[in-house]
Design a binder for this molecule. Structure first.
Ligand SMILES: [Zn+2]
Length: 417
């Protein structure tokens, strides 16, 4: 966690070194951008800027963090390290110390400083814009808005931004858009519009923009809704590029259909199964996708962790789980932490991951699916781990290196040729 204050050369944070940017460097996380969304929009003639970047700059694939959820991946991106290092293993977790299930959207849960903080502390100008406010507190962690060199706000609460808290006020006027609805494409558009304005006026050395996957949860690649969304993104990609910056775009996770032919979600209700196997309420199934914004996924994703009661045999539970159709991975905590670089104290005794088109639930009665207006699309598993890594410059990645989405700042700051 040593931060090197050698202004103008490089910054070292969480054991990785990042070169001081020669021109503004913009990293974008397009939430839920499964490979195919951008390509289908290009094929429809709606994304000429992406098309140009991908042919003259860089078009690679990268692997996300597991669980392939929003918070663990955004925090990995902004710290440059996996959850074992930064501690954010889900949107939601069970704290055995207090016996409570809590949202992991408080900066006190973070165990590593961000790349943004390191650059800010070393004298750089930094900016962070997120769609949802739940991420803003984590991503803006450690920044001092009163320095005049740090701006961090969300589209969701853009109207409430203040200089002491966010380093900026009057954001709606600044961006020139009305406050978007939390469930809308405009929530993401606002992030990009703000990013363009900040790049043109504030000229941050390093900027991070993070959208929301509201559209990707609803619409598959190539659909009219998705193409329309990516056409909008494309216009802003063109504006960011034209404003002069190194621009690298990746995603926190992909997205897949997770429903039956009749449109109903295809769910394995794990709490019901454990209640059957061990007695009611004996095991505790935690779904780390859970967040206050359940409308677009009903808290159904492809990753779950399970706390077992004393005396329950892990190996017995694992073999029961493995025999279920739709379970791709059922392993114990130690194996999961080794395989996916997770923090052991925030993971249950077991980790369960479902296959491409299945999701994991607790009990039928506990999921409010009334907000699902479209057949479920979701994420969380290994099948949503592959994401794009697109840059407006050529980049050189060492041969044989598996690129992770949390290498995106390394790519943007160190790998551009
Ligand atoms: Zn996401």
């Amino acid at each position: 966690m040593k931060i090197d204050n050698s202004f103008g050369t490089s910054v070292t944070v969480n054991g990785r070194e990042y070169r001081w940017p020669k021109s503004p460097t913009v990293v974008v996380c397009i939430d839920g951008s499964e490979p195919g969304y951008i390509e289908r929009a290009i094929e429809a003639g709606l994304a000429p800027n992406f098309d140009r970047l991908m042919s003259t700059g860089t078009n690679l694939l990268a692997q996300s963090v597991i669980p392939s959820f929003t918070n663990p991946n955004n925090i990995s991106i902004i710290t440059g390290r996996p959850p074992a290092v930064h501690g954010i293993a889900g949107n939601y977790f069970y704290d055995p110390a207090t016996g409570e299930e809590v949202m992991m959207n408080d900066a006190r849960f973070m165990r590593a400083p961000t790349i943004m903080k390191a650059f800010h502390d070393a004298g750089a100008k930094v900016a962070v814009v997120t769609a949802k406010d739940k991420l803003r507190t984590l991503l803006g962690y450690g920044l001092d808005p009163l320095s005049g060199r740090a701006i961090a706000f969300s589209s969701e609460k853009a109207d409430k931004a203040t200089r002491p808290e966010n380093g900026i006020d009057n954001v709606l006027d600044f961006v020139g858009m009305p406050l978007p609805d939390v469930y809308s494409a405009e929530l993401s558009e606002f992030v990009f519009a703000a990013g363009v304005k900040l790049l043109q006026t504030f000229r941050p050395d390093v900027m991070y923009l993070s959208t929301t996957d509201y559209i990707q949860h609803k619409a598959a690649p190539g659909t009219e809704i998705a193409n329309c969304f990516y056409a909008m993104l494309d216009r802003y990609v063109g504006e960011l590029d034209a404003a002069g910056c190194v621009l690298v775009l990746t995603a926190d996770h992909g997205m897949n259909d997770k429903h039956l032919a009749n449109g109903e979600p295809d769910v394995i209700y794990l709490q019901e199964l454990f209640d059957e196997w061990l007695g009611a309420g004996q095991a505790r199934v935690i779904l780390p996708i859970t967040d206050p914004y359940v409308v677009h996924h009903g808290a159904l994703g492809s990753f779950a962790t399970v706390y077992l009661p004393e005396g329950a045999k892990r190996s017995e539970m694992i073999s029961k789980l493995t025999s279920l159709e739709g379970v791709e991975v059922a392993i114990d905590r130690e194996e999961a932490c080794r395989r996916y670089e997770l923090p052991p104290d925030r993971i249950g005794d077991l980790v369960v991951i479902s296959t491409r088109h299945k999701v994991l639930g607790t009990a039928r009665a506990k999921h409010d699916l009334s907000g699902l207006t479209e057949p479920l699309r979701s994420h969380g598993g290994l099948t949503e781990q592959t994401v794009p890594m697109i840059a407006n410059r050529k980049v050189e990645v060492p041969a044989g290196r598996t690129l992770r989405n949390f290498d995106v700042f390394d790519v943007a700051l160190n790998r551009v040729v």
